[in-house]
Structures are given as structure tokens and as C-alpha cells.
Unconditional design. Sequence first.
Lengths: 259, 438
Amino acid sequence: MIVQTMAEMMAQGKQPEVLFWVGAAGSYDDRAKKITRAFVKILQHANVDFAVLGTEESSTGDAAKRAGNEFLFQMQAMMNIEVLNGYNIKKIVTCDPHSFNTLKNEYTNLGGNYEVLHHTQFIQNLIAEGRLKIDDKNLQGKRVTFHDPCYLGRANDVYESPRDLIRRLGVNLTEMKRSKQTALCCGAGGAQMFKDAERGDKEINVLRTEDALETKPDIIATGCPYCNTMMTDGIKFKEKEDSVIVKDIAELIAEANNL
Amino acid sequence: MQYLPNIVFALTLLLGIGFFTINIRKISRNINLGKDLNRNDKKSERLKNMIMIALGQSKMIKRPFSGFLHIVVYVGFIIINIEVLEIIIDGLFGTHRIFKDFLGTQIYGFLIGTFEVLAALVFIAVIIFWIRRNLSNIKRFLSSEMKGWPKKDGNLILYFEMVLMSLFLLMNAADASFQQAGIGNPMSQFITPLFDGFSADSLHLIERTAWWIHILGILVFLNYLYYSKHLHILLAFPNTYYANLNPKGQFNNLEAVTNEVKIMMDPSADPYATPESSEEEAIPEKFGASEVTDLNWVQLMNAYTCTECGRCTSACPANLTGKKLSPRKIMMDTRDRLEEVGRNIDANKGVFKDDGKQLLNDYITPEELWACTSCNACVEECPVNIDPLSIILDMRRYLVMEQSAAPQELNAMMSNIENNGAPWQYNQQDRLNWAKEE
């Protein structure tokens, strides 16, 4: 697929309406790359004029900050802010709630002020503006449960955007016992993604997968590449990969619309 | 001699309140051992939070059963305290039920009647609380940090409340003229028959005894607060007022780090320049927290406010999966260490003398800190807006930036970010490969 970078845009003297912040997972992780491509298909389908930073994008520093390395975080932040401000970026969309939270909340007092949207919010806007319509036939009747990403939900109080999109797919949205404010973490946040868990009697992603399986879903919908990995691993652990699939909301929309 | 009871009462009251004031001052001194943090902005939003969350108990009812019972005890506690005002005036001036003359029998009867109903409800609620704590297998009351004193403390508070409510009803039941008036005694009238056949004198003695023990009990309870987990009845108000108003996902950016990073990244900075000598730079800033005095005053107030309900721990993904981390223990440890530091200062004429201990390792272990997913479930759960996560983060910062003591895998993740701008070992030049793969 053809995706413009900011550098290319600038060379042509153009300024896109939005920058798509891909994030490390979305750029390198094989599973997350599918989410990235699904979202790009939606953007292209809706004729959104967007660009990415490509090789100029670097880690937001979220994981470093949560691991306690404020130095590394701020160095990453200032480098990214220099690039973003250099391109005069005003609006950013990302599929990663961690990047979303960091860019939106933690860059501001370091000199980075942007309107930052999670992809579910951005897609919601596209629908409201009449630029996108979600097909509610293809996935009709499927039982879907949504796992709230901590950094979208509790961290930033975004609970409705992902649910609104899921409902538009014509599916049967069933909530887990722990959802929205009381949702259980998938186990990846706070830099846990990059280390083994401390000694305990269970893995967090297995506990969360059990929450999801209680709703007898056909699909577990996610809104975060890290949650997606954790839930996918949980489903494998529970040996349910034949009956339950884990997909990002962007992938579900791309699938519903045959993109 | 006629005024002896009044004098004894006044002295007791003075002693009770005086001792309480001394302890409150200690708490305030200890909280101020924390670092400065300006939380004087957005006053109306803060006030609204305090009214909704502390006064209005809006977060308590998220768990409807215990939330409802708590509201019964809370409302009962506040309203019945109007009666304490009457007791104090009566005690000081030797009057008897002064509000009756003041308000008239009807209104007074209605008021005391309401108190009696509330007292009975509080009594029942407290019994249910006791059963929940001691007989039901509610996991959050059985955690390891609740063994010993915390369990005893919780029960003692419940016994206090049971005794105080009983004495209030007993005092009314043994008040012959109050019972004869027959108004305002919806509960105590059922206790009165126990005293059938008692002489007027012995009835009066029972009434006086109950009256005295009741007010003494209240003064003792007031002073017990400082030694217990129960300070939330006072601190819930400032704690919700000064709570964080930013999005929960937003962690503070350390200013000291910002300054250093700016110098590092400034191409025009002279690497060999000697730092400008100013007093502020005399002591290099310590990054993160290894001791209670490295935390800010709001975090320390949080520690005193915690009433050990354990809602945080019961929602913590790490704790639910058997890890050592318990957000409640983080708060209890912070408070216990702060108390220890405070006692040390008192014992050493106002100066802290090194006791070879600190919050990190001696109270909170790295194993607990590294188990946190920063999911904010504990922060969301707390009925009085305590933020255990901010303490966990500040302690991680110390481990990483002062001691380079992160788990190996995290060190690898961080050096990847440093070298190639991603937490994994991929080449930055491959960042756009995803687009070429389809």
C-alpha cells in the first residue's frame, strides 16, 4: 500500500489534515501491523488526507516513563516534539492508547501541543461527517465483547467511542462483568509487556481472557495493539483459538466494509 | 461543691480536645515533611469533588451493599453529633436537655426520635460490618497486610460504635421524664421496660452513668482516631479537595529532568562549562523516592487518609493474580514509615536521626513495585481519591535513575529505545516496512 510520509508531503509543499502516529507495535509487531494496515485502508476509503512520519517516528517514551526512566522519556519526548513541531503538526491520530495518552497528556508541558485522537474517536468523527459508513451486514449477529484498554478508558475516560463503533457493525455487544471503569488490565501496561511477570499464581492476561470467555463471544474486540497481543495469547492458552478471534475495532470495520 | 460535675466535665473536655489537637498538629507536621506541590488551582472543581465524593459519598455506592451500609453509619455519625453538642452544653452548664426548652417539645422530640432511629440503624450496620470482617470470607479483609493490628484496629472501631450507640439509647431509656413525655423515644421505649421496678434514684444513676460514659467514650474515640486507620472521617475532605484533577493516565514530568535534558540536547551548550553556582544547585536533586520525605505532601496525606478498606487491592490485576503488590499495603507502609520518622523527630528534639531504615526495601520491596501495570484500577476504586500509583511510580524512578536497578529485561527495552527508537531491537530504517508488506 502507498502511504505518504511527512517528508514527502513537505517536499510537495503539502500539509495533510492529520498525522497518523503508528507507534512501535504498529510498525514492527507482525500482529499489530495488520491493525495498522486495516486502519490505513479505512483512512484511504474515507479519502482522508494523512501522512506518517515513517523512519522519523521514534518511541514516545511511554514504556520508559512507566518503567521509571524519566530521562529517557523526556529525551524521546523532546526529539519527537522537535520533529512534530518542525512539520507544524496540529492533529494526530493513533491506534495505540499508550501513544495517545503520552502525546495528548505528557508532551504538553514539554512544548508539544496537539489535538490527539484515538483511532476509534477519529473513525467516529468520519462517520459523523458523512465520510464513512460502516456496513452492518457482514458481521451481523456475531457476539462481540470489548476489552477496555486502561490507557484509553480509566486513563482518559474514553469508553463510548469504541462501543459506538462496535454497535454500528450490527453485532451483539455483550459486556464483561468487569468493564469500563472497572475493566481489568490485560497485563501489558506499565512496561510489563517487556518483562516477565513477578511470581504469582496466574498470568493477568489469562484472568482477563477468562472474563471475556464468560460472555461466550465470537469476537473479542480490542483497541490497543498490546491488549490485542495479550488477549490473543490468553485465547491460545485457553485453547480457544478455533472458536474465538481477537481483533482490533479497525480490523473489524475493514472486514465489515470489505476493504 | 455544687459545681463539681461542671468543673470535672469542663476539664475532661479540655483534656480530650487538647490531646487531640496535639496529635492533629503532629499529623500536620508529618504531612509537611513531604515535598511541595501546588494544588491551589481550579478551586471550584476541587470544591465540587469534595462535596460529591467526601460529603456525598458518590464513590462509595459503586459497591452498593457496603456503600449503603457505610452511608447509614456516616449519616448517623454526622447527625447524631448534633446530640453531642447538647451534651456538651448540658455538661458545662449543668442543664438537662437544654435543646428541649430551646426548640419546644415537638421539634425536640422529632429530632431525638430521628437520632434514635439512626442510632439503631448504625448499630445494625456496624454488626453487619463486623460479620463481613470476621465471619464472611471477603478476600480483601483477609490479605496478609490485614493480619494483627490492622484487623484488631478495624474491630475496635466497630466495638466503639456499638458501645456508643447503645449508651445513647440506654441514656434515653433511663431518663424517666423523657420517657414520660413519650415523644422522641421510638427506640428507647423498648429498653425502658428493663428498668421496671427500679427506684427513681437508681434510674437516675443509670441515666447519669450512661450519659457520662457516652461523652467520655466520644472523647476517647476522638483521640483513638490518631492511633487508628480511622482518620478518613476527617481527612477524606482535604484529601478529595487536593486530589489530582488531570487525566489519570497523565504522569507528571519531573522538572529537574527537563532542565538536564534541555542542556543535553542544546547544540550550543558548552559541555565543559562549569555549572553556575547558585544555592539551589548546591545539592543535586534526588530523582524519585526511596523515603517518605521524597514524596509530596499530598501523597503523605493520602497515606494518613487510607482507611484500609482494600477496594484498591481487590481491583488490582497484580494482586488478583497472586503477586505481592497490594496498593493498600503501599499506603499503609507509607503511613507507618511516616509515623516512624515522625516519632524519631520527636525523640531527637526536632531533628531526624538516621535509623538505618527507609521506605524502600524496609517497607516496600522492588518486587511489589515491579508488579504494577499502571492500570489505574486502584486510583479509580478509591472512595476518597487516594493515588497509590503515583507512589509506585516515584519509587520506580528512584530504582531506575538513582540505582540503575531495573529488571534486566527492562534495561534491554530501554537501551533499545535509546539506540533504535523502539522497545524492541528493530532498525529504525524499517519503520515503514509494514506498508510494503501488502
